[in-house]
Write a protein that binds this ligand. Structure first.
Ligand code: ADP
Ligand code: MG
Length: 255
């Protein structure tokens, strides 16, 4: 059975790195169960740090994170992470293991003996051919590798999916296809999804809600139509101006 879909709550979360500035500065917000939220902002604004407080790759300096109302620090990190899918840019597939073994790694750790059927199911889920199970990661395209990463993240049927610039290294066409595939998986599996991206157009097109982060704080928060209508404030407006101008110029070229 899939893990139940749960909300994510940040309560006054701050993170100060040793010898560094405040990477995350008093963030409080609730991500509703079942929603698809994009976290957008310039490089260094604190997106990855905030995301990693959810699966405890980073412990906040102050405040707390709750999943479904339960504090994440109440559970051992390895058990917590089994319930949370995590996909990041250079997905970190083990180079000496084939695709099937990479996908099954979480299942093995969870004590599942016969993962072959589940691996086939997961490959189908991310729209990869079943025979890819026997391939080594270095014989895959970038887009295929990211799909394997998504399959691995979903192997233990998490209710929550965290993605940190998962499409960062991909060409625009592959990126668009994978974005749509993730959105479909989100709906089909009833996930709560948090997607970190620096691409405002991608955020607006994929998410139900867009959070804008700057210097460790959430400076805008709204549904895509709210951001586009200019109601979310100057920080959001500045990020939207770029894709909007590009869309305008393309439309102009067409006429
Ligand atoms: P983003 O994901 O938005 O690019 P990060 O969360 O990676 O931002 O980083 C936020 C800030 O924290 C940056 O100023 C970055 O240099 C700093 N930072 C990130 N990780 C560390 C670390 N391990 N040690 C010290 N400073 C860090
Ligand atoms: Mg980052």
């Amino acid at each position: 059975m899939p893990e139940q879909t749960r909300s994510v709550t940040f309560k006054n979360v701050s993170k100060v790195y040793a010898g560094g500035a405040k990477a995350v500065d008093q963030v409080s917000l609730e991500v509703a169960a079942g929603s698809f939220v994009a976290l957008v902002g310039a490089s260094g604004s604190g997106k990855s740090t905030l995301l990693k407080t959810v699966n405890r790759l980073i412990e906040p300096s102050a405040g707390e994170v709750l999943i479904g109302g339960e504090p994440v620090h109440g559970e051992a990190p390895h058990l917590l992470r089994r319930r949370i899918g995590y996909v990041f840019q250079n997905i970190g597939l083990f180079p000496h293991m084939n695709v099937g073994e990479n996908i099954a790694i979480g299942l093995r750790l969870a004590g599942e003996r016969d993962a072959a059927a589940r691996v086939a199911e997961l490959l189908a889920l991310v729209e990869l051919a079943p025979e890819l199970a026997a391939r080594m990661p270095d014989a895959l395209s970038g887009g295929q590798r990211q799909r394997v990463g998504v399959a691995r993240a979903l192997a233990c049927r998490p209710g929550l999916l965290l993605m940190d610039e998962p499409f960062g290294a991909l060409d625009p066409v592959t990126r668009d296809g994978l974005g749509k595939a993730i959105r479909a998986l989100h709906a089909r599996m009833g996930l709560t999804t948090i997607l970190v991206t620096h691409d405002m157009a991608e955020a607006l097109l994929l998410a139900d809600r867009v959070l804008v982060m700057a210097a460790g704080r959430i400076v805008a928060d709204g549904a895509p139509h709210e951001l586009l209508s200019g109601k979310a404030g100057p920080a959001a407006d500045a990020l939207i101006a770029v894709p909007r101008e590009q869309a305008r110029r393309l439309a102009e070229l067409e006429t």
